[in-house]
Design a protein around this ligand. Sequence first.
Ligand SMILES: Cc1cc2nc3c(=O)[nH]c(=O)nc-3n(C[C@H](O)[C@H](O)[C@H](O)COP(=O)(O)O)c2cc1C
Length: 228
Amino acid sequence: MLTVGRWLKTSKSWSSSSKKNSEKSVAFALSKRRSCRSFTDRKPPKGLILDLIDKARRTPTAGNSQGVEFLLLEEKSLVNDFWGVSFLGKDRSDFSFPGLFNAPVLVIPFGVPSLYVERYKEDDKSYTNLGDDAKEWKVPYWLTDAAFATMALQLLAIENQLETCFIGLFDREERIKEHFSIPETYQALGVLIMGYPDKEEAARGRSQKRKRRSLSEVVHRGSWRSPL
Ligand SMILES: Cc1cc2nc3c(=O)[nH]c(=O)nc-3n(C[C@H](O)[C@H](O)[C@H](O)COP(=O)(O)O)c2cc1C
């Protein structure tokens, strides 16, 4: 532990000082978070998910552009529509994770490029030239911001005994946008599947079995040349 230096020692002392609250800590929520691929159909309390989204959207946005919006699907028929449109014409009987279909809630976060372009046209941001066109953006901050909010939503879910699985939309995005009348220019981040885990039918994805890379492999202190 000593070799990793002050930064980690400090964070360790924070967590021990708040031991009483450790089950409510962000560190605890992060340690518990795993993708859940098998859900029961139990619904969360009415209004809970909307409240969690409201909390999650307190995450930062570039230039305070706030160009992150969410499609919330909680009605069974709408959730079924989502899966129907996703699998359009394809057989889903051999899908590896049928327990995903039971989840009562789907949240699709969207980034809204135009709100960023408009914001960056304003006087205090015009020097960036990012107000010219969304194509000028080396990092599409609307997706960065959508990801921040979605991560917060995952942690809030854990705090509320829910579990989640984030998956990509791939070529389904356009069909889903059309079906749910999403403006063409909005960009979907993926879909956050939310609900209560089915402990009896737990399913693990193949990627989940990959070993976590070591801290020294991923943290480069000062330069890529010096070891941690
Ligand atoms: C951007 C992103 C896209 C993902 N897409 C998929 C996906 O399409 N299908 C899937 O089963 N899991 C998907 N996952 C879940 C990852 O496989 C999972 O997070 C990873 O294996 C680590 O497991 P853990 O979440 O349990 O820690 C995605 C995760 C992220 C962050």
